[in-house]
Design a binder for this molecule. Structure first.
Ligand SMILES: Cc1cc2nc3c(=O)[nH]c(=O)nc-3n(C[C@H](O)[C@H](O)[C@H](O)COP(=O)(O)OP(=O)(O)OC[C@H]3O[C@@H](n4cnc5c(N)ncnc54)[C@H](O)[C@@H]3O)c2cc1C
Length: 457
């Protein structure tokens, strides 16, 4: 469908309308993951400030178009790329204000995890930013935000104290627990279903901890014994330790051939001082097999943690299909179910990540409400478009293997389009019904993009 050009009516520079020559390139550029869905917005507008967002919202309401906010573009389902919509692209709204004394920050939705970490580190501060450096605060925080040191700091949304929100009438208002408590509750975890456009987040930030990192790599054939060890070990670890297990290809360098597959155990310790962090990591030294590669409690800077994650999620190769689930079952059952699947994965970049929930309880002031014993994400990372289908199939087949163990989904990384029930099953049932009524209270007409599986496009 060719849309009538209405550039003159939209007082925001740089908009592209469907049918214009550079539309397709700009549409594809909306997704960091480059797995771009066949959904076609009517126009894409780059917002630089709050006034741009207000003008864009008023324009879309006037036209009767869906309003689709986009920040970092990290959504692997391209949730901001919607039919009959105006996409408001806030990538350039990456302003940052830090008050180091009060330990507060105000950040634009286009701020990325590594940008925030870098800026805070200069003041001896930190935040539970995404493990993947390029996640945008806009969507990351809305999905709860499972980030660095979440064991102690909790989901990142617990550190959000307020928002600036542009509503359907184009006005901007401050939202916090005292004013619009329902909307604040919804913003802490609702994922791609927020009834407004967030132009700034107010955050509580943390003193920078001392950090040490351990990593042990074993052949994939050791999955069963390493997983059994993790089931026994992780409950004994200090809450200052954040452990992960990866099934992965030859991402560790060296001379491993492309078909080599591994199980790696990594752990970050965040503590008051270096010595305490080293002590907290000591139980990991008792590996059940001799590792192919071992790193014991190396000191690291906070920002250096991204380089470690880059091994598994290389930022220059972001063609991604992924899906994710929560389970009450143990590491051995979950990774055991996937060992053969990993052995036959279509790309050496594919990997599977398992980690565990924070050691702090769910909170009443957040709709983030799905936490079980383990979380598994299957990443179908690959390099070329021709590999898309094989990777999508590999992720879906892996999720089918996990189905008997699935207790729910992680809204930030689940394939919410795989089944309409994915969205509701990312929350506790009573929370889901309250979420739907709060959304209706603020957006009765469905002007703002909802979960794509619930809105038909
Ligand atoms: C490889 C990979 C690694 C990841 N790692 C992590 C991780 O470590 N931890 C984690 O929690 N998540 C992780 N994610 C998930 C990621 O955080 C979510 O996809 C998140 O939505 C990305 O936010 P974004 O702003 O970059 O995305 P976008 O695609 O820009 O936005 C996604 C959706 O968020 C909503 N949204 C965005 N901005 C606004 C706004 N300003 N106002 C209102 N609504 C808005 C919209 O509904 C939009 O469709 C990862 C994803 C991938 C693919």
């Amino acid at each position: 469908m060719e849309t009538n050009r209405s550039d003159a009516d939209l007082p925001v520079g740089g908009a592209v309308f469907r049918g214009s020559p550079d539309y397709e390139q700009r549409r594809r550029g909306l997704s960091w993951t480059r797995t771009v869905p066949e959904r076609h917005p009517n126009a894409i507008v780059p917002a630089r400030d709050v006034a741009d967002v207000q003008n864009a919202v008023r324009f879309a309401v006037d036209k009767g178009w869906l309003i689709a906010p986009k920040s970092g573009g990290h959504s692997h389902i391209g949730s901001s790329i919607r039919d009959d919509a105006l996409v408001i692209d806030m990538a350039a709204m990456n302003h940052l204000e830090i008050d180091p004394v009060a330990r507060k920050a105000k950040v634009g939705p286009g701020v990325k995890s590594d940008q925030l970490a870098e800026a805070l580190a200069q003041h001896g501060l930190a935040f539970p930013v995404g493990h993947c450096r390029s996640t945008g605060m806009g969507g990351y925080l809305l999905g709860g935000g499972l980030g660095i040191n979440w064991n102690q700091w909790g989901p990142a949304c617990y550190s959000v104290t307020g928002l600036d929100v542009v509503g359907a009438d184009g006005s901007v208002r401050k939202v916090d627990d005292e004013n619009d408590g329902d909307l604040m509750w919804l913003a802490r975890g609702c994922g791609p279903s927020f009834p407004g456009v967030i132009t700034a987040y107010y955050l509580d930030v943390k003193p920078m901890p001392a950090i040490r990192v351990s990593m042990y790599v074993f052949p994939l054939e050791d999955t069963s014994v390493v997983s059994a060890w993790l089931d026994e070990l992780t409950p004994r670890l200090s809450a200052t330790v954040e452990p992960f297990a990866f099934l992965a290809g030859p991402v560790f360098g060296g001379d491993a051939p492309p078909e080599a597959r591994f199980i790696a155990v990594a752990a970050f310790a965040f503590d008051e001082d270096e010595e305490a962090a080293e002590v907290a990591l000591r139980p990991l030294r008792s590996t059940p097999r001799k590792p192919l590669m071992a790193e014991h409690a190396s000191p690291r800077q906070f920002q250096d943690l991204f380089a470690l994650i880059d091994l598994f999620l290389p930022p220059d190769k972001p063609r991604v299909h992924c899906d994710s689930m929560w389970s009450d079952d143990g590491v051995q059952q979950l990774l055991g179910a996937l060992e053969q699947h990993m052995a036959s994965c279509p790309s050496p970049l594919n990997n599977i990540l398992l980690f565990q929930p924070p050691r702090i309880p769910l909170r009443d002031n957040a709709c983030f409400s799905m936490m079980r014993s383990n979380i598994v994400t299957i990443y179908g990372l690959h390099e070329s478009e021709e590999e898309n289908e094989a990777n999508a199939d590999w992720v879906a087949e892996g999720m089918a293997l996990l189905e008997p163990f699935t207790a729910g989904y992680w809204v930030n990384e689940a394939d919410l389009l795989a089944d309409p029930g994915r969205a509701s099953n990312s929350f506790a049932p009573e929370v889901w019904s309250r979420m739907r009524s709060v959304r209706s209270k603020y957006d009765d007409w469905g002007l703002f993009a909802d979960f794509p599986s619930l809105q038909g496009s």
